[in-house]
Structures are given as structure tokens and as C-alpha cells.
Design a protein around this ligand. Structure first.
Ligand code: MV4
Length: 504
């Protein structure tokens, strides 16, 4: 047992606060780190101790692994939780932490290295029966050979950088004539972006859904999955809405994808919380894409439907404890949605809109969870990700989760900056979203900035949602997005300031 008594959170913002909360519940002493831009941040105030690790830029503070380890030694910290982003998937940092005698709350550096590279991930899972997108499972360097392979796979194809991820370093090739030029570009881009020019080919799956499975492994060889998250609603590889469970998975498909996800984790002796990403095509074939070796932003929806605290599970596993449940003990209850609220202006190409949170009042009430790291009066710093909050709602079914989300958006009061709240409401009331019939092209297909300008009453929005949802329940997903919902997408912004709450 590597007993943890004092935990340092090597992160900032909402995830730092979220991790600190679970640590506190477990009776651990807590340490925050912060940059000069985050002196007044909530995570700094929440922790028992806080140490400034440098100037605002991430590379001078939150990415300074050496300084962070130094802080641990000075304060007698025995474990580091890296959150997501920053150093969370840096195998070298994990190794340095371990070598300093500190517990890294996360997988081994070896597992991170295997899964951090798409081709080595494909190689690792080869021994298992896991469906991969047709293409190459080795780096291609010879253009002529690559062209032959692409032709036999069939266009359109994607050229992907092995070291890439989250959409970085991908090139779509429609025909043989474009191939050579695109491959040269892909290799040179991968070389400059990742210092590794390895690329491979995959058949392009058109209009896929992005479905990911949460896994959890311990140091005794036990691995379970915690079901899926549907993450297809994204804009330029930035997720906007996530939900669990997905409305397209049958129990059989869920079990099959779950088994594959567990095998992917087994292929690298995974410990801790991880996520296995799949594409699901329109015929419900699924393909393993990549594994993320960290706790993800959208983990709260999984917590809602499983009743687990993933951060606590991570910390217990890091202490060497066996998982306290088996796969057959786990189940799904209810439905959860997460809306990422960004300080961005949807009317202006989602440009980050930093500034002071003049008004900041969170929604409350049944089935609402807000994970954030700000308070009224605070400035949103320009140096980091513009996400201000994750608005999570939970209900007995999908319809209740949607209704609660719409109600929560209405209650949310934010002024001083533009946010994506109204954009979220647009998506949540769109018949294609409400019906469950959407894929990763949803925003491309259904959103232009001008849709946020017409502002019918919010009652109408609710009605639209309810109508479309009813249609779904009655016709079990088959119909819906066939145009029979006349109301169309409705309503942009939070209405609170106009009249509603003031009048009550
Ligand atoms: C694909 C694909 C279609 N076919 N691979 C984008 C992020 C990275 N994790 C993988 N991505 C994709 N890989 C094949 N063979 C389409 C995407 C993709 C996508 C995937 C998940 C969520 C949103 C997406 C948006 C555009 C493209």
C-alpha cells in the first residue's frame, strides 16, 4: 500500500477544484499550484496550501514539471494528480514523479507511451479481437506503396499523424490524384508539429458518431468499463455537448464495445481511469481509434449515471487498492448531459472573449451540477483554455436531462463576457439533437451564427424540445429528424435578465 496523505493537484481551473474536493472528502491534505495569473483563483483558496510556480504562460508554470516536483519535496507531498491537459499525458513527467518517490495518480509511463502514439497503440491491440478502421497499421514512407494501399482501401481516405491526436495532423484525401501532395504535406506537418513524421492511412468514415468508453484498471489486473459517453456534438474537435448513455447503443453493442475497451486497456496493462475512443458508422459498426490516458473533461456524465466518484477511484487505485466492484456490479441509472460553457462569442466565429465576470450566478436545483473555477468579479485569464464551466444535468431519462439543461441555462446569469450558453441552448432544442439522430457533422450541418439572432420566447424552445422528444419516445428513434417537427431550432440566449426571474 502506497498510503497517500497529501495530494498536490498539478492543474488549475475547474478540474483542479474538482480533484481537490474529492481529496478533501477522503481526508487528504491538499496542495494547489498556481501561476501569477491565477493568484485569486478558487482552486488556490480551496487547497490547504498553495504555491506559485511561475509566470502566467503555461510553459513557465503549469508545465514546469521540475518545479512541481520540487514543491512536493518541500511540502512533503506524497502524490500528484495531473488533471487533464498540461502534464497529464506526459510520460516523462510521470516517470520523474515516480523516481522522486511520489505517487503519480494515473497510468504507468509505459502505458502512456504506448497509447500516446496511434501506431504503437494499434500494434499493442493486435493480439486482441478489436475492430480497426481499414488501412495501414505501420508508418508509411514510400509514396508509391502508400498510394497502392490507399487505392485498395478505397477513397476517400485520411492520412493521420501517428503522434497526433484530437484531430491534429489529419488530412483528407478524396482521390488518387491528390494523394502524393497530401502525403508530403502530412509528413512535413507531423514532423514540425510533433517531431515525428510517421503517418498512416485509414479509410475515411463519413458522418461517424464519436463514442468513447470509460475504463478503470487497478494494479491487480482488474479492469472494468463504466459504459459510454456520446461526444459527437463538437466544433472543430472541441466538444460542446457530451452525454451518457448514448441513445444509439443497444445493450448488446454496449457490452461488445465495453469488452473491446477493456481489452485495449489490458493491451497496455492500464491502471487508473482512461478513455477508449471509437468511431461508430451509420451501420453501427465500431472502430477503435485511440486511447486517452487521463481523466477526461466530460467524466461527470459517467459519474452521474454510475453513481461513482472517478477521482476517488483514481486515488484509491493509485494507492494500490483493488477495484471495489466487478463488471457485473455496475449499471446505468438515468441520463446525464454536459454542456461546456466557453468564454467565446458564437456570433463572432467563437473568438475567445476574455474579461471580467461582471455577473456570475450559477444555476441550482434538482439534477444540476456545475463544475467551474470562477466567481463573480473574477477576470478570465487569456493564457489558458476559455472554458469557464461545465454545466451537467441528470434526469431519470434523456428528456428530463434535456429539460433540466434548458432550465439551468435559463437560470445561469453571466454578464461581462460573451459565452456559448445560448449556442448550447440552440443545439439542445434542435430536432436533430432531441431526436438523437446526429453525427460529428451536426454543427457544420445545422449551425450558422445568424440562427442565434432570432429570439422567440423560451416557452417555445421548451415546447420544441418536448415535442421532438415525445416523437422520439413514441417512435423509438426511427422517425423524428424527417422534417415532421415543424418548430425548428429555436432560441439563443439565456433569458434571465429580460424579465423572467425578476418578475417572480
Ligand atoms: C476519423 C474520422 C473518420 N474516419 N477517422 C478526429 C479526432 C480524432 N480523434 C479522430 N478523428 C476522426 N477520425 C476515420 N478513419 C473522423 C474523425 C473526426 C471526428 C472524430 C470524432 C469526433 C469528431 C470528429 C470530427 C471530425 C472528424
Amino acid at each position: 500500500m502506497k498510503k497517500i496523505t497529501k495530494l498536490l493537484v498539478a492543474n488549475r481551473g475547474e478540474i483542479a477544484l474538482r480533484v481537490l474536493r474529492s481529496a478533501r472528502e477522503m481526508g487528504l491534505k491538499t496542495v494547489a499550484i498556481y501561476s501569477e495569473a491565477d493568484r485569486n483563483a478558487l482552486h488556490v483558496r480551496y487547497a490547504d496550501e498553495a504555491v506559485c510556480v511561475g509566470p502566467p504562460a503555461s510553459k513557465d508554470s503549469y508545465l514546469r514539471g521540475d518545479k512541481i516536483i520540487e514543491v512536493c519535496k518541500q511540502l512533503g507531498v506524497d502524490a500528484i494528480h495531473p488533471g487533464y491537459g498540461f502534464l497529464s499525458e506526459n510520460a516523462e513527467f510521470a516517470r520523474m514523479v515516480t523516481e522522486a518517490g511520489i505517487t503519480f495518480v494515473g497510468p504507468s509511463p509505459e502505458a502512456m507511451n504506448i497509447m500516446g502514439d496511434k501506431l504503437s497503440a494499434k500494434q499493442a491491440v493486435k493480439a486482441y479481437d478489436i475492430p480497426l478502421v481499414p488501412g495501414t497499421d505501420e508508418a508509411i514512407s514510400d509514396v508509391e506503396e502508400a498510394k497502392r494501399i490507399a487505392t485498395s482501401v478505397g477513397f476517400p481516405i485520411l492520412i493521420k499523424a501517428s503522434a497526433g491526436g484530437g484531430g491534429k495532423g489529419m488530412r483528407l484525401v478524396h482521390s488518387e490524384g491528390e494523394f502524393e501532395e497530401q502525403m508530403k504535406l502530412a509528413v512535413s506537418e507531423a514532423t514540425s508539429a510533433f517531431g515525428d513524421g510517421s503517418v498512416f492511412i485509414e479509410k475515411f468514415v463519413t458522418g461517424p458518431r464519436h463514442i468513447e468508453i470509460q475504463v478503470l484498471g487497478d494494479e491487480h489486473g482488474n479492469i472494468v468499463h463504466l459504459f459510454e459517453r456520446e461526444c459527437s456534438i463538437q466544433r472543430r474537435h472541441q466538444k460542446v455537448i457530451e452525454e451518457a448513455p448514448s441513445s444509439v447503443l443497444t445493450p448488446e453493442l454496449r457490452a461488445e464495445m465495453g469488452r473491446c475497451a477493456v481489452d485495449v486497456a489490458r493491451a497496455c496493462n492500464y491502471t487508473g481511469a482512461g478513455t477508449v475512443e471509437f468511431l461508430l458508422d451509420d451501420k453501427r459498426n465500431f472502430y477503435f481509434l485511440e486511447m486517452n490516458t487521463r481523466l477526461q473533461v466530460e467524466h461527470p456524465v459517467t459519474e452521474c449515471i454510475t453513481g461513482l466518484d472517478l477521482v476517488k477511484e483514481q486515488i484509491k487505485v493509485a494507492q494500490g487498492l483493488p477495484l471495489p466492484f466487478r463488471q457485473e456490479d455496475l449499471g446505468i441509472t438515468g441520463h446525464a448531459l454536459e454542456l461546456r460553457v466557453y468564454a467565446e462569442d458564437p456570433q463572432n466565429n467563437f473568438l475567445p472573449d476574455i474579461g471580467k465576470l461582471q455577473t456570475y450566478v450559477r444555476p441550482q436545483g434538482p439534477g444540476v451540477r456545475v463544475d467551474d473555477g470562477f466567481e463573480q468579479g473574477m477576470d478570465i485569464p487569456i493564457y489558458y483554455d476559455p472554458m469557464i464551466a461545465k454545466l451537467v444535468t441528470y434526469g431519470k431519462d434523456r428528456q428530463e436531462a434535456i429539460e433540466r439543461m434548458l432550465r439551468a441555462i435559463e437560470e445561469y446569469q453571466i454578464t461581462g463576457i460573451e459565452t456559448t450558453l445560448g449556442f448550447g441552448r440552440y443545439v439542445l432544442t434542435h430536432p436533430a439533437f432531441v431526436s438523437g439522430d446526429f453525427d460529428t457533422n451536426f454543427i457544420k450541418d445545422h449551425f450558422q451564427p445568424n440562427v442565434l439572432q432570432q429570439q422567440p420566447s423560451d416557452e417555445l424552445a421548451k415546447l420544441a424540445a418536448v415535442l421532438a422528444a415525445k416523437l422520439l419516445t413514441e417512435q423509438k428513434g426511427a422517425a423524428a429528424a424527417n422534417g415532421s417537427v415543424a418548430t425548428g431550432p429555436v432560441v439563443p440566449v439565456s433569458n434571465w435578465k429580460k424579465n423572467r426571474l425578476a418578475g417572480r
